[in-house]
Design a protein around this ligand. Structure first.
Ligand code: AHR
Length: 500
């Protein structure tokens, strides 16, 4: 199908906050333990107990922000269990996730060290469901207070003299569900109460994050904004793409048919409507958009890989996941005036992970490659792009065939990300490039593509590079028109650099 569009390179919209490219790591399955933390005695090469291969891969995609320790785990986590000499730390049962023993070897110091090694911002979720106001307040004091106090003395005893910088703090997680089964009115009051004691010490300024809704629960957004909007800096949204009809039949990560490809992308595209409607509610209470919307859990959720612990949420990751990631990021760009943070679930070995590990082996998933290709959009300015995205039909239903976004970075380079959602047919795009002072001919262009021959193409520990980005040359620039030939099921990023 042929698609026409216009890119106005001089019409800048909102800034694409780099935190839109954030990640989420929970004490769940093999995300923290094995995926990141192997311990200081491990034969796997590591830095302070954290595996070097994973650290290097994450640095490459410039992860800006990492959320921890949950998830549902956050409202069962008592941070004092995870400090002090490791051999003396409390062992607990991770009741939410597989009923396994949590030895608390990865705690506050280890998480903050991980963020230092990744050069990313920490985002900590506090415990409202089963924790006290005092516990939350003391955690923030332990982390950020520089003077003399019981918590800063404890931190020093545990080997950390200086306070850490902490900007993002969540007051509970999914408090309508695993975080306490609360009504929005009750949580709104609790939020106001707990956040009062999340103090700013010295020059550390905390952005307080309130638990928002899941999916299309606009009532939750309404109540939270009305009752507590003025006390928060962010409200969260959780939305997972689940292809199957129910929680007991979510669909398989691989070996799926055409209908599931189409249905998964259709469900992922629903993010656009959810953001539009939740933002509309927020606009009524906060027209200046002071409060950010943080989609701090999103991604695909399938049935676990056969033979793995159902509580560990381990799934493979295919070309379909790459399309879900790419179109979701394009949607987040579009809403970047309000959406200033997102966290894909989850970092390693859980749900739509960017990395999978097995013993000392590691592989990068197709989703990883999308984050690598799209990192050029971080902190860039969204440009005005209108494109006839056409229709991709299956079984009497239609979704747009294309997803697209464009931005300009601080050095004047323009990046265009394009996805062809159609699993069976290629697509042609013709873009009129305007607003370059009449000089579109003076552009140098290069491109990268991620594509595959089959819908469930994926990387395995035996074939870790079956799906990986390649150079892309399927474009032409003539008389200010950029023509691009997108193969079926592909993600392309083009870089346009103005020549002097
Ligand atoms: O990401 C897995 C789980 O999904 C999280 O723990 C929870 O917040 C959500 O329901």
């Amino acid at each position: 199908m042929a698609h026409q569009g216009v890119l106005n390179a001089d019409i800048r919209k909102s800034r694409i906050n780099r935190n839109i490219y954030g990640h989420f790591s929970e004490h769940l399955g093999r995300c923290i333990y094995e995926g990141i933390w192997v311990g200081e005695d491990s034969p796997i090469p590591h830095t302070d107990g954290m595996r070097n291969d994973v650290l290097a891969a994450l640095r490459q995609i410039k992860i800006p922000l990492l959320r921890w320790p949950g998830g549902c785990f956050a409202d069962e986590y008592h941070w004092m269990d995870g400090i002090g000499p490791r051999e003396g730390r409390k062992r607990m049962v991770n009741t939410h996730w597989g009923g396994v023993v949590e030895n608390n070897h990865f705690g506050t110091h280890e998480f903050m060290r991980l963020c230092e090694l990744l050069d990313c911002e920490p985002y900590i979720s506090g415990n409202v469901g089963s924790g006290t106001v005092r516990e939350m307040s003391e955690w923030v004091e332990y982390l950020t207070f520089g003077g003399e106090s019981p918590m800063s003395e404890l931190r020093k005893q545990n080997g950390r003299e200086e306070p850490w910088k902490l900007t993002y703090f969540g007051v509970g997680n999914e408090n309508w569900g695993c975080g306490g089964n609360m009504r929005p009115e009750y949580y709104a009051d609790l939020y106001r109460h707990y956040q009062t004691y999340v103090r700013n010490y010295g020059d550390n300024k905390i952005q307080r994050i309130a638990c928002g809704p899941a999916d299309d629960n606009y009532h939750w957004t309404e109540v939270l904004m009305r009752e507590a909007g003025r006390y928060m800096d962010f409200l969260t949204l959780h939305y997972y793409t689940i292809p199957g009809p129910s929680w007991t039949n979510k669909g398989s990560a691989t070996g799926f048919a055409e209908g599931e490809w189409f249905g998964t992308l259709e469900k992922a595209l629903r993010m656009d409507e959810l953001l539009t409607r939740h933002s509309a509610v927020m606009d009524r209470y906060d027209p200046d958009k002071r409060v950010g919307l943080s989609v701090d859990e999103w991604g695909t959720w399938y049935d676990v890989e056969p033979g793995t612990n159902p509580g560990f949420l381990y799934q493979q990751n295919t070309m379909r996941d790459a399309l879900v990631a790419a179109l979701s990021l394009n949607i987040f760009h579009k809403h970047s005036e309000r959406v200033r943070m997102t966290n894909i679930a989850q970092l390693v070995n859980v749900l739509q992970a960017v990395i999978l590990t097995e013993g000392e082996k590691m592989l990068l998933t197709p989703t990883y490659h999308v984050f690598d290709m799209f990192k050029v959009h971080q902190d860039a300015e969204l440009l005005d792009l209108t494109l006839d995205c056409g229709a991709y039909s299956y079984d009497g239903k239609e979704i747009p065939e294309l997803s697209a976004s464009a931005s300009r970075d601080s050095e004047g380079r323009i990046h265009i990300s394009l996805c062809n959602l159609n699993h069976a047919a290629g697509s042609s795009v013709s873009l009129d490039i305007r607003g370059l002072n009449g000089q579109p001919a003076h552009l140098s262009i290069n491109g990268t593509i991620l594509t595959a021959d089959v819908m469930d193409a994926h990387n395995t520990f035996d074939q870790p590079e079956a799906v990986k980005p390649q150079d892309f040359t399927g474009y032409r620039l003539e008389n200010g028109k950029l023509s691009v030939e997108l193969p079926a099921m592909s993600v392309v990023v083009l870089e346009l650099t103005p020549k002097p």
